[in-house]
Design a protein around this ligand. Structure first.
Ligand code: PAF
Length: 279
C-alpha cells in the first residue's frame, strides 16, 4: 500500500493505472476505521483492480458546536488495517490541500439535504457534497463505495453525481452491525457503558416499526408512539421518519420503496440508523 498526501502524486498513480486499463474503486472515510469501513474496502477490491481509500476529517461538514476537534484521529492504526486489507493507495490530504485559502465554490443538493439530519445539522450535507465532489475529481474512480448507514448522505451523493454528470458509479453496501444490532460507527466509541447497553434499542425499534407498518398500522400514530417510547428510555430523538427511498420525501400510502430513518442522541452522542423495505 502506498500512502500519498499530494493531489499530484495521486493523479500520477491514477494515470498509470488507467494507462494499463485498470478499474479503480474509491472508498472515502474520515478514519477511525471499523469493520464497516473494511467491508467497503473488501467489496471494492472484489469489483475493481485498484482501491483508493481516503482518510480526511472534513471540517466543512461539522457545525460550530459539533465534534470536529475531538473526532478520533487514529491514522497509524487505520493505516495498518488498510494495508492488511487490499488497499492500494491511502490518500491522506491535509486541510490546506483540500481547502486552499482561495477556495470559494459550494456544492449543495438542497431538496435532499434540507430535511431529516439536514434540519438538525445545518450545512452538514453541503460540506459532505463539497468534499466528496472534490475527492471524486482527484481520484476519478470508476466506482464509489458508500455504506448504507448514512442513507441520507448516500442519497445526497447519488443525486450530486447524477446532477453533475460525474462519470462514477455509486454503489452502496449494507450496514455492518455489532452482534447486538447496533450499527457500526466511529462515534460509538463516545458512548458510556450505560448508553452503549441502551443503543441497540434503536435498531430493534426500526425492526418492530417496520413489522407494524407491514401489518398496516397507522404510520403517524405509530411513529409518535415509538418516539415517545425511545424518549422514555432516555434517547433524545431528532426524528423517526418513514420516507421514500428515492428522494427521502415523506412516504405516502401509494409509495412502495420505503426507508425508516432514525436519529437520536444518548448523552452527547448522536446515533443514526435506517432500515429499507418494500410493501
Ligand atoms: O461518511 C463519512 O465518513 C464522510 O461523511 C465522508 C463521506 C467520508 C465525507 O467526508
Amino acid at each position: 500500500m502506498q500512502t500519498l498526501t499530494s493531489i499530484e502524486t495521486l493523479r500520477h498513480q491514477i494515470q498509470a493505472w488507467r494507462h494499463n486499463g485498470q478499474r479503480i474503486a474509491f472508498v472515502p472515510t474520515m478514519g477511525n476505521l471499523h469493520d464497516g469501513h473494511l467491508n467497503l474496502v473488501q467489496t471494492a477490491k472484489q469489483n475493481a483492480d485498484k482501491v483508493v481509500v481516503s482518510i480526511f476529517v472534513n471540517p466543512t461538514q461539522f457545525g460550530p458546536h459539533e465534534d470536529f476537534a475531538r473526532y478520533p484521529r487514529t491514522e497509524s492504526a487505520d493505516s495498518l488495517r488498510l494495508s492488511e486489507c487490499a488497499t492500494d493507495v491511502l490518500f491522506l490530504p491535509t486541510v490546506e490541500t483540500l481547502y486552499p485559502q482561495t477556495s470559494q465554490t459550494q456544492v449543495s443538493v438542497p431538496e435532499v439535504a434540507n430535511r431529516l439530519c439536514g434540519l438538525h445539522r445545518p450545512g452538514h450535507f453541503d460540506g459532505v457534497a463539497l468534499v466528496v465532489c472534490k475527492l471524486l475529481n482527484m481520484v476519478q474512480p470508476d466506482i464509489l463505495y458508500l455504506g448504507e448507514k448514512d442513507f441520507q448522505q448516500l442519497t445526497v451523493i447519488r443525486r450530486m453525481v447524477n446532477d453533475l454528470n460525474i462519470p462514477t458509479q455509486v454503489v452502496s453496501v449494507a450496514t455492518v452491525r455489532e452482534a447486538d444490532g447496533l450499527a457500526m460507527s466511529s462515534r460509538n466509541t463516545y458512548l458510556s457503558q450505560e448508553h452503549r447497553a441502551l443503543a441497540p434499542v434503536l435498531y430493534q425499534t426500526l425492526i418492530e416499526t417496520r413489522e407494524a407498518l407491514l401489518e398496516n398500522a397507522n404510520p403517524s400514530l405509530l411513529l409518535t408512539q415509538r418516539i415517545q417510547h425511545l424518549e422514555q428510555l432516555g434517547f433524545v430523538v431528532d426524528y423517526l421518519s418513514l420516507c421514500r427511498q428515492q428522494d427521502l420525501h415523506e412516504a405516502s400510502a401509494e409509495d412502495t420503496d420505503l426507508v425508516l430513518l432514525v436519529a437520536a442522541r444518548l448523552g452527547s452522542t448522536r446515533l443514526i440508523d435506517n432500515i429499507r423495505f418494500e410493501r
